[in-house]
Design a protein around this ligand. Structure first.
Ligand code: RIB
Length: 321
C-alpha cells in the first residue's frame, strides 16, 4: 500500500461475467453468446484507472472469502496500487452479469453480495484523512458511503461522488458532503426528478440533450453541489462550476470494443488529474476524458484501464499532454 495515498477510492468490487452477443436479447428470447470473466465493480475500476495513471491510490472495499479475493489481491500487488480488502464471512463476492453487443454497448445486472456489507468501521479514518481526494459511488453500502463523504469532508479532503448506479433509497442529504458530483445522463435525470426543490416531472435524457448549455448550467446549480460534471457518453462531458460552465468533447475515431467501465475510467482519471493539476477541474476532466477514450478500445472493465505508458503516448499524440 502506498505510504500516503493521494487518492482513496471507497466502493464496490465485483466479479464480472461478460456475455458478448451480436444483439441484446428481446424479452422471452434465448440467444448464444461468448462468456469472459473479469474484474469489475465501479469502485475498484475507478481505483485502477486512477492508479494506472501513476497516481498513488488506495482502494477500500469488501469481498467474500473466496478464491476471487486472492486473484484481486495479487492483481493490485502487481499493479502497485494499494488495496484494503475486508473479507466478509458468509457473504459472496459481488457479481455483475454484463451483456455486450457488437457495438460495444452494455447492459448490466449486479448482485452486490459482500459490497452491501461494507461497514463504516471497515474504512480506516486515517486513510481518508491523509488523502487529497476521496472518491465513492452508490454500489456498496449507502450508510458507509455517507460516512466516508462526511469524514473526508470534515478532514478537508476533496470529495467526489459518482452516483452510480442510481438507487431508489438515495437521499439528497448525501449531497451536502459532496464537492464534485459526476453523474451520467440517466443518473442526472434521476437526480433532477428526485430532488425536492427542483423536482421536474417528465424530464428525460432527450430533454437533457436538447437543453442549451446555459440552461443546463442553471439546472446544475440548483443541485447545490459546488462542481457538477455530467458525462455525456460519446459526446464528452459538461462541467458546471460556481464560476461558469465548460464542455469537453470526447475523443473521436476511437475503435470501440467494449464501453463497460468507461464512466469509471473517466472518474478515476479525473481524480488523478485533480491531484496532478492542483484542483483544476477542466484540466482534470481532460485527463478523465483521455482515460475513458482508451478504456473502450479493450475488452473488460478493470483490465481495460490504460497503463501509464499507453496514456502518455495518447496524450502526446492528441496534443493533450
Ligand atoms: O461500471 C462498470 C461496472 O459496473 C462493471 O465492471 C460491473 O462490475 C458493474 O459494477
Amino acid at each position: 500500500m502506498p505510504p500516503s495515498p493521494q487518492v482513496v477510492v471507497v466502493g464496490s468490487i465485483m466479479q464480472d461475467l461478460t456475455f458478448a452477443c451480436a444483439e441484446f436479447p428481446r424479452a422471452g428470447e434465448t440467444i448464444m453468446a461468448r462468456l469472459a470473466g473479469g474484474q469489475g465493480g465501479k469502485g475498484s475500476n475507478q481505483a485502477i484507472a486512477c492508479g494506472r495513471t501513476g497516481m498513488k491510490t488506495v482502494f477500500i472495499g469488501a469481498m467474500g472469502r473466496d478464491g476471487f479475493a486472492g486473484q484481486v489481491t495479487a492483481f493490485y500487488r502487481r499493479e502497485k496500487i494499494g488495496c484494503h480488502l475486508v473479507l466478509k464471512a458468509g457473504q459472496s463476492t459481488g457479481t455483475a452479469v454484463i451483456l455486450l453487443n457488437r457495438e460495444g454497448q452494455n447492459q448490466i445486472v449486479i448482485e452486490p453480495g459482500a459490497n452491501a456489507a461494507l461497514a463504516p468501521a471497515d474504512v480506516p479514518r486515517s486513510l481518508l484523512a491523509k488523502a487529497r481526494v476521496v472518491v465513492t459511488q452508490l454500489e456498496s453500502n449507502l450508510a458507509t458511503t455517507a460516512h466516508v463523504l462526511r469524514v473526508a469532508r470534515q478532514a478537508g479532503v476533496t470529495t467526489i461522488l459518482n452516483p452510480a448506479p442510481m438507487r431508489t433509497d438515495f437521499g439528497p442529504a448525501l449531497l451536502r458532503h459532496v464537492d464534485i458530483l459526476i453523474p451520467n445522463e440517466s443518473e442526472f435525470v434521476a437526480l433532477v426528478r428526485a430532488l425536492p426543490g427542483i423536482r421536474r416531472r417528465g424530464f428525460d435524457e432527450r430533454a437533457l440533450q436538447a437543453m442549451p448549455r446555459e440552461a443546463l448550467h442553471g439546472l446544475c446549480r440548483q443541485l447545490g453541489v459546488p462542481t457538477l460534471i455530467v458525462t455525456l457518453g460519446r459526446r464528452g462531458c459538461f462541467i458546471s462550476e460556481r464560476s461558469g460552465h465548460h464542455f469537453i468533447p470526447a475523443h473521436r475515431g476511437m475503435r470501440v470494443v467494449d464501453t463497460t467501465g468507461a464512466g469509471d475510467a473517466f472518474c478515476g482519471g479525473f481524480a488523478a488529474g485533480l491531484v496532478r493539476h492542483k484542483g483544476e477541474v477542466v484540466a482534470a476532466a481532460r485527463l478523465g476524458t483521455a482515460v475513458a477514450a482508451l478504456s473502450i478500445t479493450k475488452p473488460g472493465a478493470a483490465f481495460a484501464m490504460p497503463t501509464r505508458s499507453e496514456l502518455q503516448r495518447f496524450l502526446r499524440k492528441t496534443g493533450a499532454a
